[in-house]
Design a protein around this ligand. Sequence first.
Ligand SMILES: Nc1ncnc2c1ncn2[C@@H]1O[C@H](COP(=O)(O)OP(=O)(O)O)[C@@H](O)[C@H]1O
Ligand SMILES: [Mg+2]
Length: 388
Amino acid sequence: MKKFIQKALEKLGKMDPGQIRALIVRVSEENDLLGMLLESLTDGIIVTDGNHKVMLCNKSAERLCPFAMDDILDRPLWDCFSDRALSDFFAATLQSQGKVSDREFIIDGAPHRILAVSLLPLVRGGSVQGNVVHVEDVTEKRSKEARLRRAESLASLTTLAAGVAHEIKNPLGSMGIHLQLIQKKIAGKGRIEAKDIGQHLAVIGEEVDRLNRIVVDFLFAVKPMDTVLEEGDINRVIEELIDFVRPEMDQAGVTIDKELSPLVPLLRIDARYIKQAFLNLIKNAVAAMPGGGVLRVESRREADDVLVKISDTGEGIPEDIMDKIFEPYFTTKPFGTGLGLTIVFKIIKEHFGDISVESRVGEGTTVTLAFPVPQKETILIDYKGDSK
Ligand SMILES: Nc1ncnc2c1ncn2[C@@H]1O[C@H](COP(=O)(O)OP(=O)(O)O)[C@@H](O)[C@H]1O
Ligand SMILES: [Mg+2]
């Protein structure tokens, strides 16, 4: 409660009509101001009492929400919506006294609209006295994001397609040469002998494998990703992956050193893709340590991010190629596809994360992935009506 009202209430008995009038004017002015503020918001606000009945609803909420009736005041919140998903959401969330931020709903209509709905408890004097619903129209925001993503992937598609054309030239050329050599041998002798053509066939087989790898990786790189982000334990994903690669590491003389922090919170991830990204990084790390070494995998929380670091004690990346390693088809390996890091980058971006690389030639390389920690849905609005 405003301090001046509290003071006035204490002295109410001693006030003359003029003072009481002035007090009422001041209170109603204050009320008008708050009302104006509420009505001028572009976001929708709905406030309910302790029984989940609507006490207040601003104009933007009326404009944005698909209400089932003209007047929703005094009705239970879940009865107010013509949209089934919204009604069910409010019924379930309010009954479990949950808090939710930015849950998105697609509202039917022409055109469709996307609403981001948050539900927060209204806390007064330490106890929950109702709820505040915040509604934001994110349709434009989402479609802009989708447009941007499409444009980006189109641009990279052109680079990739040009790259593929270039990449398949070599194996095709080599296959052509070996076929010609086979033909010559056959023409000369008039018959085929296994010892004459075995070597050519082996090369052709290798080139087919290479073509296959190029095509598979290309498809993975250009295919729109069907990421489904769900709460997941990134440490578990790492553990599973390490178990999977351990035999190969043993064989390559690589020891694994892992340090996974138990304080890492659950993240919104698609475990299938995260595994693919980590695997690509581990493969690069191992390839950089042909004589063996240490692969270190670390996870920890740092401020609003979870960091995953994958380090090797390998040959390192020379300064002058550092800014090329993420480019599609950039490779320094005789049989590399140069798509490993392109794919990693794409996967990490789908997770709204970041990637950075530090390296010293002759000492090793550390790739750091940063994943944002989901906003905890724990904001309480402390509504004391107090201006302090
Ligand atoms: N851990 C690493 N150590 C040294 N060089 C690396 C490492 N990771 C990536 N690179 C460099 O980046 C290039 C591109 O990597 P990538 O996109 O995975 O393609 P590829 O592994 O097929 O070459 C590699 O060829 C290599 O030169
Ligand atoms: Mg690679």
